[in-house]
Design a binder for this molecule. Sequence first.
Ligand code: AMP
Length: 471
Amino acid sequence: MFDKFHDECGVFAIYGHAEAANLSYLGLYALQHRGQESAGIASSDGREIHCYKSMGHVADIFTPTVLSGLPGDRAIGHTRYSTAGDTVLLNAQPFSVACNKGKIAIAHNGNITNAGELRRDLERAGSIFQASSDTEVILHLVAHSRERTLAGALREALLQLEGAFSLVCLAQDRVIVARDPYGFRPLAIGTLEREAGAPAHVFASETCAFDLINAAYVNDVEPGEMVIVGPEGMSRERYTPARQLSQCVFEHVYFSRPDSIVFGRPVQESRENLGRLLAREAPVAADVVVPVPDSGVSAAIGYADEAGIPYRQALIRNHYVGRTFIEPSQAIRDFGVKLKLNPVRHLLEGKRVVLVDDSIVRGTTSRKIVRMVRGAGAAEVHMRISCPPTVSPCYYGVDTPSSSELIAANHTVEEIRRYVEADSLAYLSLEGLKDAVAERGRQYCYACYTGKYPTELVNIEELVAAKTRHG
Ligand code: AMP
């Protein structure tokens, strides 16, 4: 059985640079927001694959000594987020093995929805698993393949996977990256000029990783595409036809950094639009617009601009604590909000406040923040959420809890308003969300807001059970 079916992660890969591991470290450092539990880098010097992974934050893991033990001019990296239950080093990525295809390492972002079935089949055929992560399944499928080349074996493996994956794979002499045919999770391609020789090829979940290392964003790995970089250069091939495009809209709402270009679109632009449209759909007479930092900042700027109400940072965040959402137990989460946020009383006293955040998941954080703002003297607290109610769990790699814990799955907006103790509560409409991300036809997955999943979820009971255990 899998302990866990939902991984929020960041991936990075580089080919053709003498400082591959150092640059991977910097890339992962920029992708830290995509996962704070563990991180790892695998590098290849042409003969050996060297891999180092550990629990914790990127900057703490990769000391100069660790990085000097990762030689070679190609590397992949991964940063992982997880909730309680299986926060073990065994599940940290990349996974690396030596098999009949040579030495390989793999890391991915996303969630393989048929990993349970694949794993049971593989175990029946004699595979022994070390961890409970679905990435290991891909590695075993590659090792089992009768194809002679790594690209051939990987292609065969990918064709058996269902769900969401943006994958980076390292072999002794090459880097291969791929994206699932629906394009759920992002994966950008960049180039990095070198003082001498051909530019290096880089790949990352978000373009903010390229900015830090001075790489230029080229475009995205296409859904159903595999990109291979080796001594012969870079080639792109479709390993399977693209399916209905289903890019995760939540990347634009919350998950990605606002300075990134994700799915070819600036995240900041989407977020400000979300706020503007929210102000048009749900105006309120107020004195000040206050974001819940950092998740509500860009939308609050859009809201304030559109409404003509002053924007004030009246909640100050302590940046040295992790996101409260990742704390393992309710008891710690309760404490966490105070650890993280403190109100600026003189900005709030006697004021009618519009509090803007990107989403309400369980409702517990929002309730504490509303109380905190009122406790600091606000006359009214109006909560505005820059996306529709989150009514369905994500099975494609975003860590939302099961329906039973999603407040909007079981309560009306009025009930939620009462629970969070706001004077008014409004969410952005689905149409507003589509406008904000410039939807043209059908480009995004909105399953968390509609319950309409773009892929068939064969073993839904198993997926739900995993959410319930660890959501
Ligand atoms: P809640 O108290 O459960 O309603 O938490 C709401 C807060 O969680 C909001 O500030 C969101 O920005 C944040 N949030 C929403 N989804 C996620 C996620 N998948 N991972 C981490 N934080 C999230």
